[in-house]
Design a binder for this molecule. Structure first.
Ligand code: DLZ
Length: 193
């Protein structure tokens, strides 16, 4: 057994509603990560219609995007007629929303996966964005009580990014781990309510 990663547990996700919010920087790495996360959600029984995929420009925007998406889903679960969670982040710029399930599902999310890729070589302020994004995501999950899975890769170069997304058959797709973490925490959040 690998020493890396949590020891495996199986959790059944058919009662869960889960969002994936991804940044659009470094899209060639983002795409396999989102796909890996979604595949594990489906493998755990999460219904296609209960998986929502939305995007924001960069990792910096992930905390506010996650916070607004969760708030909108909560409002939607208690009232009708307001903007839907998916309308809220709707954008004319391309994202991976074709990977999401039916846009007709509604209800508060049980967990949200935030996915971004920060490559040190590409940004002078890598450390600032990385730290702020991680702290912001932690704050959102503690403030709202919804588990936010940290799907932010902070790497030194393209090769490391590819290896952590399982690109070109190398390394391991961390998106899969994030999908499993979202199901486990979504289930446990309900149990611990
Ligand atoms: C500006 C910037 C840079 C230089 N690098 C990245 C990156 O590697 N990954 C990423 O997700 N976003 C990057 N950004 C964009 C910021 O996250 C943010 O979108 C902009 O500064 C606008 O607020």
């Amino acid at each position: 057994m690998s020493l890396k990663g949590p020891s495996p547990q199986h959790h059944e996700g058919s009662a869960l509603r889960i969002a994936i919010v991804h940044a659009r920087w470094n899209q060639t790495i983002i795409e396999p990560l989102v796909t890996g996360a979604k595949e594990k959600l489906l493998a755990c029984g999460v219904k296609e219609a209960n998986i929502v995929v939305q995007s924001c420009p960069g990792a910096w925007e992930l905390p506010i995007a996650v916070q607004r998406l969760f708030s909108a889903s909560q409002i939607q679960s208690t009232a009708t007629g307001g903007p839907s969670a998916t309308d809220l982040l709707a954008s004319s710029t391309p994202d991976l929303s074709s990977l999401s399930g039916s846009s007709t599902s509604s209800g508060a999310f049980d967990a949200i996966i935030a996915i971004g890729v920060l490559i040190k070589g590409e940004t002078m302020h890598f450390e600032y964005i990385a730290e702020s994004t991680c702290q912001g995501l932690m704050r959102v999950q503690l403030d709202t009580g919804v588990p936010v899975v940290l799907g932010v890769l902070t790497v030194l170069n393209d090769e490391q990014a590819k290896a952590r997304a399982g690109v070109d058959g190398k390394g391991h797709n961390h998106g899969e781990d994030w999908g499993l973490a979202a199901v486990e925490m979504g289930v446990k959040r309900k149990e611990w309510a």
